[in-house]
Design a binder for this molecule. Structure first.
Ligand SMILES: [Fe+2]
Length: 245
């Protein structure tokens, strides 16, 4: 399958669409004119991302760079396989370097560490030929989360990793999540007024993506929030137990 989101930007994995391995995050390929760049690499549980790159008409050996949006395994575990094929450079925020080089992930997934070549920090600019990518450090989902801003034919495209998903969804959080820091990151993204959102999971947004950012910020700024969808499925079950339709 060949999914070209915009000219030069391809979707080469998306587990939630059952496109490649189910556990892969969304993986994007950008064809600059200095070789190919991947945004994330997927879970690396099989060779489906590599096959998908071929299906899009590219030789995986021509991958020059993987920019990791963060160190979660479903985004970064695939680095090793792709580096082995292409000898590409691996980039991640400096706070994620140790995780990739030590290979300490949850779920007891066997994992070979991979050497990081480029330690990123907020404000870095990465040139990939005809496109420039700006690094925005957006801690919250993880400490090492970054969003990547690319100016594209007058549009602002944001590769958001798991920091923000379409329709105002947050990436996975847990009881250790610092929501104050997360919210500050969302404020920074809001100020970018992005047009296009290419997130780490689920659908992408082609235009007016800032609306989705603003919606999420409103949601997390309310004094109280109904995070559980209503009507809740459990409510229907309890009602039917009581004989109420
Ligand atoms: Fe994640």
């Amino acid at each position: 399958m060949r999914i070209e989101i915009f000219k030069d930007i391809f979707l080469v994995a998306a587990g939630r669409f059952h496109y490649t391995n189910l556990l892969n995050c969304n993986v994007y390929l950008i064809n600059g004119d200095k070789g190919l760049t991947l945004i994330d690499s997927g879970a690396g549980l099989d060779k489906s991302v590599i096959e998908s790159i071929k299906d899009c008409g590219f030789d995986p050996k021509n991958i020059k760079l993987i920019i990791n949006t963060h160190s979660h395994w479903d985004h970064a575990r695939g680095n090793k396989d792709i580096k082995d094929i292409s000898n590409c450079k691996i980039a991640i925020h400096k706070l994620g370097v140790d995780i990739l080089e030590r290979g300490s992930w949850s779920y007891n997934l066997k994992f070979e560490p991979v050497k990081v070549d480029i330690e990123l920090k907020d404000g870095d600019k990465i040139n990939i030929g005809k496109y420039d990518i700006q690094v925005i450090h957006t801690p919250g989902h993880t400490n090492d989360s970054i969003c990547l801003l690319m100016e594209y034919n007058g549009r602002k495209i944001l590769f958001s990793g798991d920091t923000i998903l379409a329709w105002g969804l947050l990436g996975m959080t847990n009881f250790k999540t610092d929501f104050k820091i997360y919210k500050d990151s969302l404020e920074r993204i809001k100020n970018l007024k992005i047009d296009v959102l290419l997130p780490g999971h689920g659908i992408f947004i082609y235009s007016d993506a800032y609306e989705h950012v603003e919606f999420l910020l409103e949601k997390v700024s309310n004094p109280w929030q109904d995070f559980i969808p209503f009507p809740h499925p459990l409510l229907a079950r309890l009602r039917s137990k009581l004989g109420i339709k």
